[in-house]
Design a protein around this ligand. Structure first.
Ligand code: ADP
Ligand code: TRP
Length: 352
């Protein structure tokens, strides 16, 4: 067994990957794979908590594997696997749920958000417990959604991962994972699970903004630049990005939509270019059209080569199948070992 720290992260199989996923998660996976014992997976069971179209789910799993590989995750260095290929996860999920409170799950921000959506509640109201319990049989919040954090904790704990690179929005889930790990260890008087930490290369976890002036690029926000976007589509989206009327006086504060463009420029362009446009804003000579052209150019330099590889890989099912089979074997080996320990500790023991 290697002495390197274990890194594990996953992305739900809910659609194509966008620049938010790329800078928030995927590019970190690629940088980490040389120095850590790395495991990256596709969370298809988690995807079932919000979407239940069988054909779409399988296609999404396949696409994300192609996108992982195209972005530079190397199956020789990192273990790439599909969550549902490791049935030990599902069994341990049942066992860990015995130590998780429904109250703490109901208070999770992501649960409240998604439960509101499943119930069709438009406002941000927090007091949704009565509607969740209510007896309208057409309105239902799935138990799978409630126990989402248990499943995520199991993904992490079953591999005894130390580092979990994820974007800022996942920090509450990681906090719960640490709490469940501590609770299990202290309840049974064991030292089985390490407490996993988020990981970023220095600096704060990034939040990639949307082009519609909003705070976050996200699938459900409908404001994404996808790795798979062709040149024309991507340019069009960037040229349509929301801006403002332009600075009227020197050193005017920057509005949110324009700051979002600068944030994207900082992620994708050379520092001199960012400085050049910041200065142009400060002295009011900036032309947003030029800024957008530059931004589209620099984003395409990153995404187009990835897009080419995604298209190649999507057509190569045999390679994808081989990689996930090999990945599942490795992931199952470690998972089976932890599950056996958990069963024994909890008193589920076989007659011999
Ligand atoms: P989405 O929010 O589009 O549904 P996911 O929830 O599947 O994306 O996120 C997968 C990974 O990508 C997570 O680690 C998440 O933190 C990260 N991520 C998603 N959107 C962003 C964003 N706009 N900025 C930074 N990281 C992000
Ligand atoms: N909840 C994560 C997301 O929405 C996906 C995920 C599931 C995950 N299990 C995980 C991330 C384990 C890291 C580790 O992005």
């Amino acid at each position: 067994m290697s002495q390197k720290e274990i890194v594990l992260s996953g992305i739900r199989a809910t659609g194509n990957l966008h620049l938010g996923n790329y800078f928030g998660a995927l590019s970190k996976f690629v940088r980490m794979q040389d120095d850590y014992d790395s495991m990256f997976f596709i969370a298809d069971l988690h995807a079932l908590t919000t979407s239940t179209d069988p054909d779409k789910l399988h296609a999404n799993v396949k696409n994300i594997i192609a996108e992982y590989l195209a972005a530079g995750i190397d199956p020789e260095k990192a273990t790439i696997f599909v969550q549902s290929d490791v049935p030990e996860i599902s069994e341990m999920y049942l066992l860990l749920n015995m130590h998780v409170g429904i109250g703490e799950l109901m208070r999770t921000a992501s649960f409240k958000d998604k439960a509101r959506k499943q119930l069709g509640i438009k406002s941000d109201r927090d007091d949704i417990e009565n509607e969740i319990i209510g007896n309208d049989s057409n309105k239902r919040v799935s138990a799978g959604l409630l126990t989402y954090p248990t499943l995520m904790a199991v993904d992490i704990l079953i591999q005894k991962a130390n580092k979990v690179p994820v974007g800022k929005d996942q920090e509450q889930h990681l906090e719960l994972t640490r709490r469940f790990a501590r609770r299990f260890n202290s309840f049974y008087g064991v030292d089985l699970f390490p407490e996993p930490q988020n990981f970023d290369f220095g600096g704060a976890p990034v939040k990639v903004p949307g082009l519609d002036g909003s705070g976050k690029m996200g699938k459900s926000e409908g404001n994404c630049l996808y790795l798979i976007d062709d040149e024309k589509t991507l340019r069009k989206k960037v040229m349509r990005a929301v801006t403002d009327e332009g600075p009227k006086e020197p050193n005017q504060p920057v509005s949110q939509p324009v700051e979002n463009l600068f944030t994207l420029l900082e992620l994708t362009s050379a520092p001199e270019i960012v400085t050049q446009y910041r200065n142009a804003y400060a002295d009011c000579s900036i032309r947003y059209g030029d800024l957008k052209k530059q931004l589209a150019e620099d984003i395409l330099k990153i995404t187009l080569p990835i897009r080419e590889r995604i298209l190649d890989l999507q057509g190569d099912e045999a390679t994808i199948a081989r990689i996930v089979k090999q990945g599942a074997e490795k992931a199952r080996e470690r998972a089976a070992k932890t599950l056996a320990e958990v069963r024994h500790i909890m008193g589920i023991r076989r007659f011999v």
